[in-house]
Design a protein around this ligand. Sequence first.
Ligand SMILES: Nc1ncnc2c1ncn2[C@@H]1O[C@H](COP(=O)(O)OP(=O)(O)OP(=O)(O)O)[C@@H](O)[C@H]1O
Ligand SMILES: [Mg+2]
Length: 282
Amino acid sequence: MSSMPADTASTAGDDGIIIRARDVDVSFGEKKILEHLSLDVRRGEILGFVGPSGAGKSVLLRTILGLNAKQGGTIEVFGIDYHAASEREKLSVERRWGVLFQHGALFSSLTVRENIEVPMREYLDLSPKLREDLARLKIDLVGLAPDAADKYPSELSGGMIKRAALARALALDPEIVFLDEPTSGLDPIGAADFDQLIMTLRDTLGLSVYMVTHDLDSLFQACDRIAVLGDRKVLVEGPLSKMLDYDHPWVKSYFHGKRARTVVIPQAPSQEMPSEKSAGAA
Ligand SMILES: Nc1ncnc2c1ncn2[C@@H]1O[C@H](COP(=O)(O)OP(=O)(O)OP(=O)(O)O)[C@@H](O)[C@H]1O
Ligand SMILES: [Mg+2]
């Protein structure tokens, strides 16, 4: 039951684990970045991935996506070892994930609609009209106004760019999206709106979300589970309560530090977030 071929995709990872990394080692030359790293991402969850700057969060993401080589260990996505997969299997996996990279979210020479159509052109055989219709649906899905379709990235606010990049990540109706610092650079309300959007997508599409973030608000409010990268491996993964109890200097100072304390308090009903109107506006 567990080792089905790629095409029986919707049932693969049928134990509810959509990504299973085990004992992963990644080095650049002599420099070890990740060592014996293990991590699970479960179907339908928003996993927040945190750790100090330079710890290797983006490297792990790129390794999962097959953009970095690894020197040891295994990573299964949908039950498939992508690094060892045939070209055909790789394609089938790539059609099932979407990515919002930390840098270079959109092609600057293409409009929003054209950006969203890029993965469709690459992986799907659709008529131009259908591609365009689908792109417009994605634009609506992420809460952008219809006229954003024909704008270039330079004409958009930071928040709109993040949404447009998310729309592109959703172009192929993926089962999981990888988001590398999706709310960095947004004001707190824009970031909270973005988190709300991610939660809505999880709930309505059953989307799994792997979100690298430094944003404590996102971690506290949007993430179902959190994994912490430190000392070249995942130190701890689990719900927020586990993070708060975990005895490690960085984890303690991160989750109990001054900035964290201002975020933990909002469980009190008085501190509700403003409603989600202001995406990208003003
Ligand atoms: N292609 C590469 N070649 C050599 N070293 C690299 C390469 N990519 C990343 N590194 C190094 O790996 C380390 C981890 O980088 P990474 O970008 O994963 O950090 P990060 O945890 O994402 O940090 P941040 O929170 O600042 O984004 C850094 O020391 C970086 O210089
Ligand atoms: Mg990074």
